[in-house]
Design a protein around this ligand. Structure first.
Ligand code: GRF
Length: 198
C-alpha cells in the first residue's frame, strides 16, 4: 500500500462507461482503467487521457472460464499501475478471491438497487417485476459474495408509471453518476488519512 502519497484509483468497466466517465469528470485520480472486453469505456478513458487503459480479455464466456486465473490477471494489471483502491463501474465479470486478498476492503462497487434487495445482474428488471414503488442505488465495499459487503451510501429513486427497464435504469444511473464519485472521493480521503497522509 501507499506510504503517505495520495491513493490512486483503478476503475474496472465493461459497458458504455458513463459511470466511469462521471468518475473521471469528477476529477478523481484515475490512474488505470481495466476492461474485460472491447467496449466504449476504452475509447472514453483514452479520450479523457487516463494514463493506462488495459483490456484484460477473457478467453471464454463459457463454463470452462477460470475465474481465479482471470482475477490474477486483473490484479496484475492493477498492480502494474500501482493502484491502491479499485472501483467497479459496470464490470461484467464476477471476480474471485485474489482481488479481495490483494485489496482488502478497498474494492468498491455501485449497484442499481437498494441492497440487500435485488442483487445480481438484472437488478432493475427484477425491481420492476416485483412492483416496487421505490428502488435506487447502493455504493458498497465489494466482497467475494456478489453485491454484498458494507454499504457506504444509498439513494432512492422512485419508479414511475410506464417505466421500462431502460428508462428506470437511466434515472438510477443519473444518481449513480453523482453518488458514486462523491462516495469514492470520501473513501479515498479516509484511506489517505489512514495511511498517514494529510
Ligand atoms: C450501472 O448501473 C452500475 O450500477 C451497473 O452497471 C451500470 C454501469 O453503467 N453495475 P455504464 O456502463 O457506466 O453506463
Amino acid at each position: 500500500m501507499t506510504t503517505g502519497r495520495a491513493p490512486t484509483l483503478g476503475v474496472l468497466a465493461s459497458g458504455t462507461g458513463t459511470v466511469l466517465s462521471a468518475i473521471i469528470e469528477a476529477g478523481l485520480p484515475v490512474a488505470a482503467v481495466v476492461v474485460d472486453r472491447p467496449c466504449h469505456a476504452v475509447e472514453m478513458a483514452e479520450k479523457a487521457g487516463v494514463p493506462a487503459v488495459e483490456i484484460v480479455g477473457r478467453d471464454t464466456f463459457g463454463p470452462d472460464f477460470d475465474r481465479v486465473a482471470y482475477t490474477h490477471r486483473v490484479v496484475e494489471a492493477l498492480a502494474r499501475h500501482r493502484i491502491d483502491v479499485v472501483a467497479m463501474a459496470g464490470f461484467g465479470t464476477v471476480l474471485a478471491d485474489p482481488i479481495f486478498e490483494r485489496y482488502p476492503g478497498r474494492v468498491l462497487n455501485t449497484h442499481p438497487a437498494l441492497l440487500p434487495a435485488f442483487k445480481g445482474w438484472h437488478a432493475v428488471r427484477d425491481a420492476l417485476a416485483a412492483g416496487v414503488k421505490v428502488t435506487g442505488t447502493t455504493v458498497h465495499v465489494a466482497t467475494v459474495e456478489v453485491d454484498d459487503g458494507p454499504i457506504l451510501a444509498q439513494e432512492a429513486v422512485t419508479v414511475v408509471p410506464g417505466d421500462t427497464e431502460d428508462s428506470l435504469h437511466e434515472r438510477i444511473k443519473s444518481v449513480e453518476r453523482r453518488l458514486y464519485p462523491e462516495t469514492i472521493r470520501a473513501f479515498l480521503h479516509s484511506v489517505h488519512l489512514l495511511e498517514g497522509g494529510a
